[in-house]
Design a protein around this ligand. Structure first.
Ligand SMILES: Cc1ncc(C[n+]2csc(CCOP(=O)(O)OP(=O)(O)O)c2C)c(N)n1
Ligand SMILES: [Mg+2]
Length: 572
């Protein structure tokens, strides 16, 4: 035990957990600890809005597989975290949120900046703790780090601000990291048996593959089986794009090749995925989920096995370890593996489907002229994309269409706004990723509407010298929602048209680089220039108003009105 001040114990615990960066906005509530951050080896990244800090912690975590950490002033600083923490929850990011609270001496009196800070986050955290006993700071704060990693999601350390003062004897705990195994022997046996019999096995590679560092194992198993590998929705970095067995993602605006191949499966091996319902909806008019195929699901969280799709075999295990074990059993067993005998047909089919989809994309991407057709813009950006880029995407129509054009060689490269689907996610997430991996380009795709929610973090990039890149698709509309008004509400536009200033001009006024591109030829150069800049660069892409398929065809209905007053608002 060593005698320490509370703030010393706090920062020593952060340091013991490997924390090198904390994102937040300064506040008196934790200033005594903040004062020690530099000496403890922690860079405080000062942001423009706490939501940005939460997303940056998420992006930092997704780029590295390490914890992301955010902190703010009690009350309003903490409530500003809500959306970002919900997003991190659905991205399965180990974000530790530190929430200093109003002083314990006045709690309940309705003093300054007081609100109960635990209930807001109850449904979007894996663990919350209120520290009421000062000597327990190291223990409880460590637990937040341990559980965030163990359960892959945000945790909350809530502490009355007066508890940063005072002293006690403390031991700083070592981090607890739990190794996971391949799963139960019976379920692995059953999976191997099923795989041996499969004539057309298809592998779905999910987020768990990236998180378990398992891409290499999936490559080996896929090669052994000559099985096509499909990324689950928004996990486009879960298999290398240059591999002949790579087929691209399923889900909204995903790869038709992936969908057509999945439809032919007699067995689906889903690795590291809960098979989220939105990510398996029909697309491009294709009902591609193979209803009659058997499903083997590998999931680290037992609750998610069979949650969305009935699984014939569920393996509760680490994605990488389970995949390696399955291959080992296939290779060393003396059973016949059917898929190895009929590989050539399948390989030919994979190639044919991929070629077909590629030429469709190329045709769509030919549209010329100014402003730029969105698909053309996405194709030009894809062509200029640096090999080691990290790309974040926002929620919007053009960002969704980009799903077909974002392909990656290595894991930890694609950080889309996941199931929470909040506008304003991409840019701060890219900023956090850039802080985590300064040698890799960090590029955010954002619509003009969502840019209004996130452009303030350009200030953070300028002030903190973070050369993140934003590609803003300026189509003068909240396009994804406008598409619903086009399809369902007879082109009655309520709240979906946007009048924009010059976003490149705003970027320059903020001290960043601003580039406007309104012709397809300019886009590749703009991106290459932005990657070269050691300054934050905003590329404003002027696009047409053309829109791709809507998001939520699954959830919208044609309007029906009963009152005379609204008769004109019905669709016949
Ligand atoms: C925080 C938040 N508010 C509202 C929405 C609903 N929403 C989904 S997509 C969208 C439109 C996005 O417009 P924009 O960013 O301009 O991209 P575009 O669709 O035009 O490509 C809106 C408002 C949301 N997902 N998140
Ligand atoms: Mg828009």
């Amino acid at each position: 035990m060593t005698r320490m001040s509370a703030s010393e114990a706090f920062v020593e615990t952060l340091a013991a957990q490997g924390v090198t960066h904390v994102f937040g906005i300064v506040g008196s509530a934790y200033m005594d600890a903040l004062d020690l951050f530099p000496a403890a080896g922690i860079r405080f990244v000062s942001v423009a809005h706490e939501q940005g800090a939460g997303h940056m912690a998420d992006g930092f975590s997704r780029a590295t597989g390490r914890h992301g950490v955010c902190i703010a002033q009690n009350g309003p600083g903490i409530t500003n975290f809500v959306t970002a923490i919900a997003a991190a929850y659905w991205a399965h990011s180990p974000v530790v949120m530190i929430t200093p609270e109003t002083g314990s001496n006045t709690q309940g009196l309705g003093g300054f900046q007081e609100t109960e800070q635990l209930p807001f986050f109850e449904k979007v955290t894996k663990y919350q703790v209120h520290c009421a006993n000062q000597p327990r700071i190291p223990e409880l704060l460590s637990r937040c780090f341990d559980y965030a990693m163990l359960e892959r999601g945000p945790t909350q350390f809530n502490i009355p601000r007066d508890l940063f003062y005072g002293e006690f004897d403390a031991t700083i705990p070592d981090p607890i990291r739990v190794e996971r195994g391949a799963g139960g022997p019976e379920s692995l046996d059953a999976a191997v048996k099923m795989l041996c019999a499969a004539k057309f096995p298809v592998i779905l590679s999910g987020g768990g593959v990236v998180m378990s560092n398992g891409v290499g194992e999936v490559v080996k198993l896929a090669e052994y089986l000559s099985a096509p590998v499909i990324d689950t929705y928004l996990h486009n970095d879960s298999f290398p794009k240059s591999h002949p067995l790579w087929c691209g993602p399923i889900g909204y605006q995903g790869s038709k090749a992936a969908m057509k191949l999945l439809a032919q499966a007699d067995l689906v091996l889903a690795i590291g995925t809960r098979l989220g319902p939105f990510g398996t909806l029909p697309q491009h008019g294709l009902e591609y989920w193979p209803r009659n195929a058997k499903l083997i699901q590998i999931e680290v969280n037992a609750r998610r096995i069979g949650l969305v799709k009935q699984a014939a075999v569920g393996i509760c295990g680490d994605a990488a370890a389970a995949t390696a074990e399955i291959r080992h059993r296939l290779e060393t067993g003396n059973q016949t593996v059917t898929a190895r005998a009929n590989a050539s047909n399948r390989l030919a089919e994979i190639k044919a489907q991929k070629d077909g989809w590629e030429s469709e994309l190329s045709q769509w991407g030919q549209a010329d002229g100014s402003p730029i057709n969105p698909r053309r813009a996405l194709r030009e950006l894809e062509k200029a994309m640096p090999r080691d880029a990290m790309v974040t995407t926002d929620i919007g129509n053009i960002c969704s269409v980009s799903n077909s054009y974002l392909r990656f060689e290595r894991p930890n490269s694609f950080f889309a706004a996941m199931s929470f689907g909040n506008c304003g996610y991409a840019f701060p997430t890219a900023v956090g990723a850039k802080v985590a991996a300064p040698d890799r380009p960090a590029i955010a795709y954002i619509g003009d509407g969502a840019w209004g929610m996130s452009l303030q973090e350009t200030l953070t990039c300028v002030r903190e010298k973070i050369p993140a890149i934003a590609v803003v698709f300026n189509n003068g509309q909240w396009g994804a929602e406008k598409k619903n008004q086009i399809d369902y509400y007879a082109d009655r536009y309520v709240g979906t048209n946007l009048e924009n200033p010059s976003f490149a001009g705003i970027a320059q006024a903020m001290g960043a680089k601003g580039i406007k591109a309104d012709h397809p030829d300019q886009l590749g150069d703009a991106l290459r220039q932005a990657v070269k800049n050691d300054h934050c660069t905003i590329i404003e892409v002027m696009t047409t108003q053309e829109l791709g398929d809507p998001f939520r065809r699954d959830a919208l209905r044609k309007p029906k009105r009963l009152l005379n007053k609204y008769a004109a608002y019905s669709v016949a």
